[in-house]
Design a protein around this ligand. Structure first.
Ligand code: MN
Length: 192
């Protein structure tokens, strides 16, 4: 079985007006799908079951395609309709402990996403028992190392241009204020 394009966890218009239907259809149906098609071409024995192992071991073009597939699936789940607000429970306490406050976390996540020059990703990860914000360039991903992703925002231009044009900062603000899926984040944190 080749790698398959996973269905979105919500309808293509479910994130309106914060993430346009056109943006989501292009991003999932064209960009994410292209990574899936290319990986199947480059690595005919790639499968949904061995995708994560492939991300951890592959290099070059196979790594780029496999990691982009994994990162995008994680990103779709990092958003939800009527998302945003603030996390609760253990994750909220850990954010306060490691960033001082939710507002400070928000500022640091946005400024890290803005500081990523060119294409990449901004992540909240758990590393050595602490929450940290990290960025990765191009297809690079924290699961290549030992950090555990909690949420991510895609800062490749294709991720936000149809909805926000060149305004990456606006996208990152809306991502945290209206889209981020703290239930998904809390479940990832609970598996620490
Ligand atoms: Mn993308």
């Amino acid at each position: 079985m080749p790698v398959t394009l996973p269905a979105l966890p919500y309808a293509a218009d479910a994130l309106e007006p914060h993430y346009s239907t056109e943006n989501l259809q292009l991003h999932h149906g064209k960009h994410h799908a292209a990574y899936v098609n290319k990986l199947n071409e480059l690595q005919p024995d790639a499968s949904d079951a061995n995708l994560e192992a492939l991300v951890k071991t592959a290099v070059g073009g196979v790594f780029n395609q496999a990691a982009q597939i994994w990162n995008h699936t994680f990103f779709w789940h990092s958003m939800k309709p009527k998302g945003g607000d603030k996390p609760a429970g253990e994750l909220a306490a850990a954010i306060d402990r490691d960033f001082g406050s939710h507002d400070n976390f928000r500022k640091e996540f946005i400024s890290a996403g803005m500081a990523q020059f060119g294409s990449g990703w901004v992540w909240l990860v758990l590393a050595d028992g602490k929450l940290k914000i990290v960025t990765t360039a191009n297809a690079d991903t924290p699961i290549k190392g030992s950090a555990k992703p909690i949420i991510t925002a895609d800062v490749w231009e294709h991720a936000y241009y149809p909805t926000y044009k060149n305004l990456r900062q606006k996208f990152l603000e809306v991502f945290l204020d209206n889209l981020v899926n703290w239930d998904f984040a809390a479940a990832n944190y609970a598996r620490k």
